[in-house]
Write a protein that binds this ligand. Structure first.
Ligand code: SF4
Length: 123
């Protein structure tokens, strides 16, 4: 599809703006590229905003009007939820400690400029 054809015949739908952006030479994000590809593949959705039904296409789960949406969420049992909660809590505590340690290092270097010199000489 040419830039002019898209503007003339392509209906307003998800992917139009992205495809025009691409054809103008701009860089797209992955999501924009996926939307643009489906828009192009569906010939500007001239037959309507419908499902392409090409389940073999790798982009199908991301097709804006596809029935197959990525809706798979991991179902957790109550025990698994507790375990996940514990792991998250532990990970947050570690992150907090690391941040605090980094802040302490920065603070001590700010107080003692000689420390910076020694470290830079080591490298
Ligand atoms: S998902 Fe459908 S519309 Fe999108 S690129 Fe694949 S075949 Fe084309």
């Amino acid at each position: 599809m040419e830039h002019n054809d898209i503007e003339k015949y392509g209906i307003t739908a998800s992917g139009k703006r992205e495809l025009l952006k691409y054809l103008s030479g701009e860089r797209l994000t992955r999501k924009e590229a996926m939307l643009a590809k489906c828009y192009e593949c569906m010939n500007g959705y001239t037959d309507g905003k419908v499902d392409c039904q090409v389940e073999s296409c790798p982009l199908y789960p991301y097709m804006p009007f596809g029935i197959c949406k990525i809706t798979k969420r991991r179902k957790l049992t109550p025990e698994e939820r507790v375990e996940v909660g514990k792991r998250l809590k532990k990970a947050r505590a570690i992150k907090k400690r690391v941040n605090q340690t980094e802040a302490n290092i920065i603070e001590s270097r700010a107080r003692n400029p000689l420390l910076n010199v020694r470290i830079s000489n080591e490298a």
